[in-house]
Design a binder for this molecule. Structure first.
Ligand code: SF4
Length: 242
């Protein structure tokens, strides 16, 4: 498919991992940037998280998944994305923190940015909010390393995400945000492979009510059917990138 955002407004980016082959792939032992063997990993959903979770588990980095996404709208969409992530965390025996769904605060934070395009100022505010709370939790619970699964998605601007993550971590002395590129070396392909194998729920918009609106508007302009939420699963319906 072309590199188009979910609302069709801009180009996404991907690492095609052209040298990657599932049969020959051996997971490397990852080194954290500050040498920590513990990581608090902000997660947005199971499809983005699973490859990251597998990589961390294989490197014996003690990981806690931190699910904090008050941007996701509506509530049933939030619940299904969270439950899918819990399902995979339980499979790996990985700790999972189910944090707040303070939707009002998210709308307050993004007020006035309702018509910003994806990867614009509203998304910066959205990432900032989620990563600040991740850093707060990390500081309170003895983590000095945080990161996020958001960057594995080709719909996202990795520089924007890393900037927000680093800003959040910098609020605490000694805390680092891990800017690892989870897409590279076939990470983006394994993300799809795992999603199909696990039959994860497949969301078709980023998460907030504005991204749902804009993706549907783009689809309408292309005479494509509107998003049907809660019904598509990787590997079951043959619905993938396009
Ligand atoms: S489009 Fe995605 S990242 Fe941007 S504000 Fe909405 S939920 Fe947050």
């Amino acid at each position: 498919m072309g590199r188009r955002s979910q609302d069709g407004s801009d180009k996404g980016s991907s690492d095609t991992g052209s040298r990657y082959s599932a049969e020959n792939y051996v997971r490397p032992q990852l080194e954290t940037p500050n040498g920590s063997k513990r990581c608090l990993m902000h997660s947005c959903c199971a499809p983005c998280a699973a490859e990251v979770m597998d990589a961390l588990a294989a490197s014996k980095i003690e990981t806690t998944i931190f699910f904090y996404n008050p941007n996701i709208h509506p509530r049933d969409e939030y619940e299904i994305r969270k439950e899918e992530n819990i399902r995979y965390a339980e499979k790996l025996g990985m700790a999972f923190v189910d944090w707040d769904y303070n939707v009002r605060d998210w709308f307050d934070r993004t007020k006035g940015m309702e018509w910003e395009p994806e990867r614009g100022a509203r998304c910066t505010a959205c990432f900032d909010m989620r990563f600040e709370v991740t850093a707060d939790y990390a500081a309170e619970h003895g983590f000095d390393l945080i990161s996020s699964t958001l960057g594995i998605s080709r719909w996202k601007n990795m520089d924007q995400i890393n900037g927000c993550g680093e800003r959040a971590a910098a609020r605490y002395p000694g805390m680092s945000y891990w800017t690892f590129n989870w897409r590279k070396e076939g990470g983006a392909q394994r993300m799809i492979e795992i999603s199909k194998r696990e039959e994860f729920y497949q969301q078709e918009y980023c998460g907030c009510v504005y991204s749902l609106r804009d993706t549907n508007a783009w689809r309408e302009s292309k005479e494509r059917p509107k998003i049907k939420r809660l019904v598509k699963f990787y590997g079951r319906d043959g619905v993938l990138e396009d």
